[in-house]
Every structure is written in structure tokens, then in C-alpha cells.
Design a protein around this ligand. Structure first.
Ligand code: DQA
Length: 186
């Protein structure tokens, strides 16, 4: 029987149904984790150029997504940094440096300005071999030309831009349905 804090999910790699709860992190148990990464200056959301990035804070976005993931029994880990090397460290930490059962299953990333500059973060994501979705709040294609090149898009599963905070939720829902075979409430 499934309690509210538990969910039944199908692990695509083993095709087995597993009962998980947020407390289920015993040594070899496969945890069900997603990683949300936000890059440089996104800690300023809500204050930073609201006519472009809106009034919603990063804390609000993260809170909503964490709750949505938890509702389906999935842990969403949120990180933000203004430092490229710190983001590389975090991607390694939740990827190859973690035991395989503890690694995140998929990633949502808004690299912010690092989108247009960072071979290092691109390489860190490639090294994890975890699928990722690239998200941008603004429509980068309708802005300055330097924003139209991304070091991430060609290796992303998908790219969402211009939809504001909803873009993150669409990315999360994609992973909930495609990584864990969950049926979401409409
Ligand atoms: C951004 C777009 C980037 O070009 C910019 O540098 C950002 C935010 C977005 O979410 O729209 O900082 O990634």
C-alpha cells in the first residue's frame, strides 16, 4: 500500500516497479533524483530586469518544483551558483563522483550567461551522461545575437525558452513522465 509520502515508479533501466519514499536512501537502494541547476545571476530573479525575467524569485520557482516532484515521490535537488567551477563541481558530485545508485537520473539546467560561454559546463554535462533539458526564461532568439549561440543545445534532449518559470515546470514534467513513467494529474 502506498502512503502519501510514497510513490510507485517504474525504473526504466530494470523495468521493475519500486516502492520509494523520501526516506529510502539505504546503501544500495536506487534513489530517484533530478537535478535543477541555475547559473550566474539567476539568484537575482525577481529583482533583476523584471521586464525580461519577470517578478518570480528563484526561491519561488525552486519551492514549487520541489513540491511538484515530491508529490510524485521524486527528489529534486536545486543548485545555483555564480561560479562556473562550482557548477562543474556540483555536476560531477551528483554525476560520476556519486555511486551509481545515488546519481541523479536527469537534469534541468538554465546556465544563464554560461550558456553562451562555457565549454567547461558543457563538458561536465557530457561526462555525466545524464540527459538534460536546457531552459531559459526569456526568448534568447529574440534578443542580442550573442545569446543565439548555446554551448548546450546540440547535446540537450530539448530546449525551452521564452516561457518564463513555466518552462522549468514543463521540463520537470517531461522528466517525471519520461524517466519514471509517471502519469501526472491533469
Ligand atoms: C537566460 C538568458 C541568458 O542569455 C542570460 O544571460 C541569462 C538568463 C534566461 O533565462 O533567459 O542570464 O538564461
Amino acid at each position: 500500500m502506498t502512503t502519501p509520502s510514497q510513490s510507485t515508479v517504474t525504473d526504466k533501466t530494470s523495468n521493475q516497479e519500486t516502492l520509494i519514499s523520501s526516506n529510502d536512501i539505504s546503501a544500495n537502494a536506487k534513489t530517484h533524483k533530478l537535478l535543477l541547476i541555475n547559473g550566474v545571476n539567476l539568484n537575482l530573479l525577481g529583482k533583476r530586469e523584471p521586464e525580461i525575467y519577470g517578478h518570480t524569485t528563484l526561491a519561488d520557482i525552486e519551492k514549487k518544483l520541489v513540491a511538484r516532484a515530491a508529490k510524485y515521490g521524486i527528489e529534486l535537488i536545486c543548485i545555483q551558483s555564480n561560479h562556473e567551477g562550482k557548477l562543474v563541481d556540483e555536476i560531477q558530485y551528483y554525476g560520476l563522483l556519486a555511486e551509481s545508485a545515488a546519481q541523479v537520473d536527469a537534469i534541468i539546467i538554465n546556465p544563464a550567461a554560461f550558456t553562451h560561454t562555457s565549454v567547461a559546463i558543457r563538458d561536465a554535462l557530457s561526462a555525466t551522461q545524464k540527459p538534460f533539458i536546457e531552459v531559459h526564461l526569456s526568448n534568447v532568439h529574440a534578443r542580442e545575437s550573442f545569446r543565439q549561440h548555446s554551448y548546450f543545445s546540440d547535446i540537450a534532449v530539448g530546449v525551452i525558452c521564452g516561457l518564463g518559470p513555466l518552462g522549468y515546470q514543463i521540463a520537470l514534467d517531461y522528466w517525471l513522465t519520461h524517466t519514471y513513467n509517471l502519469k501526472l494529474d491533469s
